[in-house]
Design a protein around this ligand. Structure first.
Ligand code: ADP
Ligand code: MG
Length: 695
């Protein structure tokens, strides 16, 4: 390629020293074009800008120093090594080599000047450095210092640090001739006081000697903020654009059902909380428009999301169209089936059930009712969007516990409902409260409603952590509680990746408790039971015919038995914060004071200890989610990896949370005033695969 045509967009092979083999290695670091090297930021830096006096060196530091060789000797204490003693007038230090050649040995003649860089540590005979980088100086030659901090890049096998440095240096030199386009408009840079892209990149690859490394390592330098800002902006704008495009689609306007709604509400055995009423209104205002709603309802466990979803379904079915409710587990779907059947018994609507474990004949009957449009309200699991399901006029999709599903499943269900030129309204519900700034980044394509109030009379679940050496005491406590008419959940250890072991552990606890608590009725439910068997046990527990329900974490989401007021969680130390909070949310649903005992195996690690302490101290789901986010990061908090939350190259949703409100403002401005920049920014960070405006 002629020089004049080489630019930042050229393939890496235009760089000196990059052949096809190295280019393939670089691809593993997701580096394809010269520009990509500019966005490969150092993990840390080394300071070779200052020559330290040997007398001032501290163990634990990584430093550059120089001096004269006093003595070089090979010793055989345990292991053959070459020791070279260096002096600069202020002090002495030993260089220690375990691997060395004859030639190296010969270099360190007494009186020779050497400059060295390495980790200073305390050795048997004072300060020493093992295998320093070093250079022999010619007579009269000064040790040279770097004019910038030395970057240390993330490594991949097959490429040395020094090689990576020279490649980035070439890219930087190319950038000086061929400026990297600054995609952030000048007014945005000004408004948020951000440095230019050029300056930010130069600073981060070659920080000046006086740069504050502590600020850089914390990710808080304006140059880093500049880049994180642009990356967050790219993702945010792409999600906002999805939302914008979705809003332009058509949906069935669900209006004229206000009297049905008041009848529904007055049939309820309780008064809705004002938070529930507010969210019902927000949903109502969305679905009466002829464009699809895309709304996320957040509410802590027990805040009463189900009934809110039911009112939305009512708006659909009383407008003569179909609504579908999808839950992540059969247990939860069955519970919804029961609740919705009761709530809708006074309304003229047929319900249909779909789940994976359903008998063929039942499934066929359901499919027929759904396809013919006879069924107005469809409840089920993932089976809802599987092949063979043909909706008649699906106008509303409700997804419960949405963090258990991926964006793709959400989209699949929506697409299934697309008919003619309309797509269904979407209501997604989650009990994992997401800190506001994270929600902005992860769900920018959705509007959010928050049910920030629990039904009256709820009392915080009292929580204790107890070592499992005191299991017998805990069993005794279960006996007492149940003898007094309370019901108990006994939740069994979660065994990562193994349903079989999960169920065996539950089985063992079930046998132990059946034997020890012979006067009580003990039941067992786990994920491998057939649906009818599960249903039967849950019904018995709900009706008070079982005192102690031994369960795997299948009961984690959604299950609602208000009379249960004691929960024992085995191996609580293995579970995440949000998961424990969800589990604990199964109790504290009735008027009685509820308790949760978290049994743990000793010794307890630091992280597990702080998790259990947080749960003991608070019942506030938002606070717990915030702590969980800090402890585990957003991927874990939002559920599986399939949440569709992107991997950020530079930004960090926890560290950079406070940027999100600014990102939101900037995004609006750029999308309004600089539409081409919006497209270019998204393409730079998300690539062509995620084309702006296409899923
Ligand atoms: P979640 O938000 O965790 O899905 P649910 O919808 O399962 O909560 O409701 C939890 C419990 O609270 C249920 O037993 C439900 O009947 C009850 N409930 C819901 N709303 C109210 C209310 N306004 N007043 C009293 N109880 C309510
Ligand atoms: Mg629920």
């Amino acid at each position: 390629m002629p020089d004049s045509e080489i630019n930042l967009g050229s393939p890496l092979t235009v760089l000196r020293g990059v052949g096809p083999a190295l280019a393939a290695t670089l691809e593993r670091l997701h580096l394809y074009r010269v520009e990509d090297l500019l966005f490969l930021l150092p993990l840390r830096y080394e300071d070779r800008t200052r020559l330290s006096r040997i007398g001032s060196l501290r163990p634990g530091s990584r430093s550059l120093f120089s001096g004269e060789v006093l003595l070089a000797e090979t010793v055989y204490r345990g292991r053959r090594s070459l020791l070279v003693r260096i002096d600069d007038g202020s002090g002495q230090i030993t260089l220690r080599f375990f691997y060395f050649s004859r030639k190296q040995q010969a270099q360190f003649k007494q009186g020779t000047s050497v400059s060295c860089f390495g980790d200073i540590r305390m050795g048997p005979g004072g300060l020493e450095v093992v295998h320093p980088e070093y250079r022999i100086l010619r007579a009269g030659q000064e040790a040279s210092v770097a004019d910038a901090l030395t970057p240390v890049y993330p490594m991949t096998e097959g490429i040395a640090q020094g090689r990576l440095r020279t490649l980035v240096a070439q890219a930087l030199a190319m950038m000086e001739k061929n400026p990297v386009p600054d995609l952030l408009p000048a007014d945005v840079l000004d408004e948020f006081a951000l440095p230019s892209l050029h300056d930010a990149l130069v600073f981060l690859h070659k920080p000046p000697p006086e740069a504050n490394l502590e600020v850089i390592m914390g990710g808080k330098h304006p140059s880093q903020i500049r880049l994180s800002f642009e990356e967050l902006l790219a993702h945010y704008m792409s999600l906002r654009n999805l939302r914008h495009l979705a809003r332009k689609e058509n949906a069935v306007a669900l209006s004229g059902a206000t009297d049905a709604l008041s009848k529904f509400v007055s049939n309820l055995p309780y008064e809705l909380t004002s938070a529930q009423k507010r969210v019902i209104e927000e949903i109502g205002a969305d679905v009466c428009l002829p464009h699809p709603m895309m709304r996320l309802v957040q509410g802590d466990v027990g805040s009463g999301k189900t009934v809110v979803a039911a009112t939305a379904c009512l708006l659909a079915v009383s407008s003569g169209v179909q609504a579908a409710v999808m839950a992540p587990t059969e247990l939860l779907a069955e519970q919804h089936w029961q609740n919705f059947s009761a709530w809708f018994s006074d309304f003229d609507v047929e319900l249909a059930w779909l789940s994976g474990s359903q008998r063929q004949a039942d499934r066929r009957a359901s499919l027929e009712a759904i396809e013919s449009g006879r069924a107005g309200l469809i409840i089920g699991t993932h089976a809802l969007f599987q092949e063979g399901v043909q909706f008649n006029n699906l106008a509303l999709v409700v997804i419960d516990e949405q963090h258990r599903f991926g964006v793709h499943q959400r989209m699949a269900l929506r697409d299934k409902g697309a008919s003619g030129n309309t797509i269904p309204h979407q209501l997604v519900m989650t009990a994992t409260p997401i800190p506001r700034t994270l929600a902005m980044a992860a769900y920018a394509d959705l509007d959010t409603s928050v049910i920030d109030e629990l039904p009256p009379g709820r009392r915080a679940v009292q929580t204790v952590a107890v070592p499992d050496t005191r299991r017998a005491e805990v069993v005794e406590r279960v006996r007492q509680a149940c003898t007094n008419g309370q019901q108990t959940y006994w939740v069994c250890p979660l065994i990562e990746e193994s349903e079989v072991l999960d169920y065996q552990a539950a089985e063992a606890s079930f046998e132990m408790l059946t034997e020890t608590l012979s006067s009580l009725r003990v039941g067992l439910v786990h994920g491998r039971m057939k649906a009818p068997a599960k249903e039967k046990v849950m019904r018995q527990f709900k009706q008070g015919e079982i005192d102690v329900l031994v369960a795997t974490t299948v009961i984690e989401v959604g299950v609602d038995v208000p009379n249960a007021s004691l929960m024992i969680v085995e191996n609580a130390e293995r579970m995440g914060l949000s998961q424990l909070h969800q589990l604990r949310g199964r109790v504290g649903r009735g008027a009685a004071q509820s308790h949760c005992v978290m049994l743990y195996k000793q010794p307890l690690g630091q992280l597990a200890r702080s998790r259990l302490a947080i749960l003991r101290d608070t019942n506030d789901g938002f606070l717990i989610a915030q702590r969980d986010l800090e402890l585990r990061g957003p991927g874990e908090l939002l559920g599986t990896k399939q949440t569709g939350l992107p991997d950020y190259r530079i930004a960090d949703l926890v560290r950079d949370a406070e940027l999100m409100p600014k990102v939101q403002i900037a995004a609006e401005k750029i999308q309004r005033d600089h539409p081409q920049a919006a497209i270019d920014i998204t393409r730079r960070w998300l690539g062509d695969a995620h084309q702006y405006g296409k899923v």
